[in-house]
Each structure stands twice: as C-alpha cells, then as structure tokens.
Design a protein around this ligand. Structure first.
Ligand SMILES: Nc1ncnc2c1ncn2[C@@H]1O[C@H](COP(=O)(O)OP(=O)(O)OP(=O)(O)O)[C@@H](O)[C@H]1O
Ligand SMILES: [Mg+2]
Length: 159
C-alpha cells in the first residue's frame, strides 16, 4: 500500500464506529478516499478480529446474483452441493469473528444489502474492544452517525 496521508480524525472516528457498530458504510464522491481509508482501518484493526479482515472487491461484478459467490470467494468459503451459497456462507461465518470490507457495491445495492442483512441477522454479535483512552476524559469520544441500512461503497460488516 502507498503511504497514508492525513485523515487521522477519520481513522479515529471509523475505528470508534466499528468498535460499537456491526455495520458501517463509508460514502463520498468518487476518489475522495473511501477505499484507502477502509483499507487503512482494516489493516490497523487486524489484531482486533481473531479471524482477520477480508476484502471483497465488487467493482468488477456486474450481476447482483454473483454477490454471495464473490463474498464467499473473498472469505475462502466453498459452495456446498445442494445448499444455497448464502446458507453456507452464513453457517461458515457464524463461528468467525472477522471484519468484512465490501468495496464498490453501489451498483449492487440490493444484493449487497441482502447479504449483509443475512450475515448480521444470523451471526452473533461478538465482544468489542475497549474504547481508546483519551487525554482529559474517560472512555472514547462519541461519534455521531453510525449505521447505514444499505451497504454502499465500501461497507464494513463486522460479523
Ligand atoms: N489518505 C490518503 N493518503 C494517501 N493517498 C490517498 C489517501 N486517500 C486516498 N488516497 C489515494 O487517492 C486515490 C483515490 O482514493 P480511493 O481509491 O480510496 O477513493 P474512493 O473514494 O474509494 O474512490 P471511488 O469512489 O472511485 O471508489 C487512490 O490512489 C488512493 O491511494
Ligand atoms: Mg473506492
């Protein structure tokens, strides 16, 4: 990865939002740095997720029906005969505590939202990490805004 410049507050804010939320959506105009920020946060938080952080790059995908298989490939889950892939994916991720970054799903919104919703509904909430200590205060800073129902670009879902 290239050097990450500035955006320290955004890093802090996104980290705090991920600490308290299972789904976070980063939105903004093209080229503003959504992907770079997501990757930076994911790298910095790797140690917080025992089963790691994973990136599903959805930009090349044209068919919404391919979302489950793109995500399954990203997290190394194999399709099982006679079983819907989404069922297999949910079953596999239920026991994993991981951070999943879906990048560029704005053209696959419904399919991405459906997948994220299935994961959030069926995978248990995991224990979070403690808030970062702040000079002159107890606990972490509250950050306004939080979850988005529809995954946009990119969404990070912590299962
Ligand atoms: N904080 C940063 N430090 C260094 N380079 C950055 C930073 N943020 C973005 N960039 C660079 O700027 C370019 C655009 O960033 P990025 O791809 O993250 O934008 P984006 O918002 O995801 O765009 P798109 O909407 O097209 O997906 C990339 O080359 C990226 O490496
Ligand atoms: Mg991007």
């Amino acid at each position: 990865m290239t050097t990450f410049i500035g955006r320290e507050q955004a890093l802090v804010d996104v980290t705090e939002l991920l600490r308290t939320s299972r789904l976070l959506t980063l939105t903004g105009t093209g080229g503003v740095g959504k992907t770079r920020l997501a990757l930076q946060v994911a790298a910095a938080l790797q140690h917080r997720y025992p089963q790691g952080v994973w990136l599903a790059e959805l930009a090349p995908l044209a068919d919404p029906a391919g979302v489950p298989s793109a995500v399954a490939a990203a997290v190394a889950v194999r399709e099982e005969a006679g079983q819907p892939l989404l069922t297999t994916l949910v079953a596999a991720l239920r026991s994993r505590h991981l951070l999943l970054v879906l990048d560029n799903c704005e053209h696959l919104l419904d399919a991405s939202a459906m997948l994220v919703e299935a994961l959030l509904r069926n995978c248990p909430r995991r224990r979070s990490w403690p808030p970062a200590a702040r000079p002159g205060g107890r606990g972490g800073k509250r950050v306004a805004g939080a979850l988005a129902g529809a995954a946009q670009c990119p969404a990070a879902a912590a299962a």
